[in-house]
Structures are given as C-alpha cells and as structure tokens.
Design a protein around this ligand. Structure first.
Ligand SMILES: [Zn+2]
Length: 405
C-alpha cells in the first residue's frame, strides 16, 4: 500500500496530466513552447511532462517547423494509440456519431437515418426506442471491436429530459422513460447520457461562441426550446441531470396544456407548433420541418411574417427573463433560434429589452448565433466523454491497464 506522501505525489502527477490534456483540447496542434507559456512551466518541466505523457500513449509530439531563432520545439497532438471516446447524437429523423481522441477533434462524423440499412426494423417503428437503440448498440460494438481498450467512454446526446441516466421524456422523439444503460451494458465502457441542448451549450462555452464568457446561457430551438447555463465551462445540470428545461417555464399562454404536464409553457410559443397556431392551421406532425417552411416563405407571405414576428417576440421576452435569472455574460442561439430571430430582429430586440430589468438594459448581454451549428450536441457529447477520460482517476486507470486487454 502506498505511503501518504507517495499517494499525494501520484495525485499531483495525475492532476498536472489532466491540466495538460485539458489545455491540449483547447489548443490542438499547438507547440510545447506554448504549453509551457500558458501553464507557466519551465521549458525543462514541460519537456519532462510531455515526455511522460508520450510514454503513456496520451500525447504525441512531432517536431515543429523551425521558426527563426530560439530552441526547436514540438507540436502536440493526440497519441495515435491513445484513448478515444465515442460521441453520439440521437435526433428526430436521424442519429450521428463520431470518434474523438484526446485533442477533441471529431473524426468522420457519420449520419444514419433511423432504420437505415436495418431490414430487421422493417415493419416495426423505426423511430421507436427499441429499433434506434439497437442500431446505436451495434455501432458501440463495432467501435469497441475497432479500438479495443482504447475506447474509454461513450457519451450520448438525446433530445429529451435526462433524469438519473434515464431518458425521462422526449417530445421530439415521442419517447418516455427509456433506459439507456443497455448501450454499454456488459462492457467496461462507461455510458454518459446528456440532454442535447445542454451538451450543445457545453460545446459553445468550451470551443464555440461563448469561449471566454464566465457565465454563458445557450438556448436551442428544435421542437420546443432547451438550453444550458454554464459557469466556467461547466453546465449546471441539477441534482439528477434534469436542469435546463427552459421550455417548461410559464412564459406562455396559461390556457395551453403542454405535453410535459404543465400549462402555459414557453415551449408552445417559440417553435413550429406556435407558428401553426398563429397561422390558424392544425399542429404539424413535424414542427421543426414546418418552422423551416414558414421561414422559407416569409419573403413573399405577409401572414408568415406576422407569425414569425410574434414568435421572435416570445423568444426575445423569454430570453430577457432568463438573463434576469442567470446574469450571463453572453447568450448563444442554436438550432432554429438563430433563423427565428433573424426573421424578425426588431420584434426580437424590442421584446428582449422590454423583458430585462432596468439595470441590465444599459448593457444587455450580447445574443449571438452559436458557432457549432448542427454539430453542437455531438461536440458537447465528445467534451463530456473526454472530461471523464482525462479525470485524474481515469488517467490512473489508463496508465495501469494491461496493453492489449
Ligand atoms: Zn411543458
């Protein structure tokens, strides 16, 4: 058994390694000299550290092209035999996956429509949880086959409310109380589920449009609206992982019942269902697709423009309320939120400012479009998994593994 002093030294060692790998993800392809500068390490210590991480297959170093005078340095990247994670994003019509190494780069994003190439699912509900999760599990098994013990975590983004690792409900997918643990059961690989909007917010805070913000609010409209409030790049997810259900705040019409069980939810004011109601047509089966259609015809359809103004104002007013609640430095808009605002920017801005408390109005936080576009949730899932893999405990486990097992 290790002595307390020895144990303390090991803990410090993994903490430093974890910091170096967190830095690498923010600066893939940067030089060892930059690492030493940013983490305030002497050149000798940086060399020793990166050498140790290289020996553990956690980091690769290649000579940097010579630049003027000064000592030659190296470029840092993910080790070709290092840990990888599998990031998955399950959406309404399709699901996507990508593998990422420790530098956070997504390799080969694959998109599959639900029930693509799956004759077994013919005749069954191809968008139901059984068919979709069976297809995802096959991919998990294929990637385990391909990467062996290098595959250290699987993270899955789902358009729904996550509660203690289960998908409690998804209006987008029409799923209710779905157990996700089967995706890695029987393997040693941990499964990390997350809400898609929360993970997209995580990605914006770490590597997107909210980099540098201490407190950032991300809001994403697809069917309804979800989001994440991050502080120092960490989302606040609540006691059970279900925080951030912004769409189920009572910023709407109290006479309207929401599928979530509450009344007057903001969800019903800001998506394709709201546009259909304002245009006097029945609720669309595909609210996201319907919203796209209305946006597309706005240029030559005054009724569509009126409906979009109403929805943009409902979006702006709710964001004002959330700024009063959270006091973010920056607000980012993902999914349909950006084009909905762009369709009626004046209505959005007026309602946003009206919703703010006076002391916020002098310097309202900027509301900017998200940087990751449709890839936000997938990037966020990779970040969630890599945070796990580069934790001090996981790094100690990686270094103690038997190669090839
Ligand atoms: Zn609701």
């Amino acid at each position: 058994m290790a002595s307390p002093i020895r144990r303390r030294a090991q803990e410090t060692r993994w903490r430093t390694a974890s910091q170096v790998l967190a830095w690498l993800r923010l600066h893939p392809g940067a030089t060892r000299a930059a690492l030493a500068h940013d983490l305030q390490l002497t050149s000798g210590l940086a060399t020793e550290l990166t050498g140790r991480l290289r020996a553990l297959s956690l980091l690769a170093e290649t000579p940097a092209p010579p630049q003027g005078r000064g000592r030659p340095t190296t470029v840092l990247g993910a080790h070709p035999a290092g840990p990888v994670v599998l990031a998955i994003d399950v959406r309404m019509a399709d699901w996507r996956y990508a593998v990422a190494g420790l530098d956070g780069r997504l390799l080969d994003i694959t998109t599959l429509r639900h029930a693509d190439g799956d004759p077994a699912a013919a005749g069954t509900d191809s968008r139901g949880p059984a068919a979709v999760l069976a297809a995802v599990r096959r991919t998990v098994d294929e990637e385990r086959e391909r990467y062996g013990t290098r595959l250290r975590a699987v993270a899955i983004a789902v358009a729904g409310s996550i509660h203690d690792g289960r998908l409690a409900q998804s209006a987008t997918l029409g799923w209710r109380d779905v157990d996700l643990t089967g995706l890695t059961v029987g393997t040693a690989v941990p499964l990390l589920p997350g809400n898609d909007a929360t993970l997209a917010g995580l990605a914006e805070a770490r590597t997107g449009a909210a980099v540098g913000a201490r407190a950032a609010l991300h809001l994403m409209v697809e069917v309804g609206i979800g989001g994440a409030f991050t502080v120092d790049g960490r989302p606040s997810t609540g006691a059970h992982g279900a925080a951030g259900e912004y769409g189920h705040q009572p910023y709407g019409d109290r006479s309207l019942p929401c599928p979530c069980g509450a009344r007057g939810c903001w969800d019903l004011e800001i998506d394709g269902r709201a546009l259909a109601r304002h245009l006097g047509v029945p609720a669309p089966a595909d609210p996201r697709g319907y919203a796209r259609q209305v946006l597309d015809r706005a240029a030559h359809d005054s009724a569509a423009r009126r409906a979009l103004r109403t929805v943009a104002a409902a979006l702006g007013a709710g964001i004002g309320a959330l700024v009063n609640l959270h006091d973010p430095d920056t607000v980012t808009l993902g999914g349909l939120a950006a084009p909905l605002r762009a369709a009626a920017p004046d209505s959005f801005a007026a309602a946003y400012l009206d919703g703010l408390m006076a002391f916020h109005r002098g310097q309202p936080p900027p509301v900017v479009d998200a940087a990751h576009g449709d890839d936000g949730a997938l990037h966020g899932a990779a970040i969630l998994a890599l945070d796990h893999v580069t934790s001090e405990t996981a790094l100690a486990e990686w270094s103690a593994r038997e190669p090839g097992t």
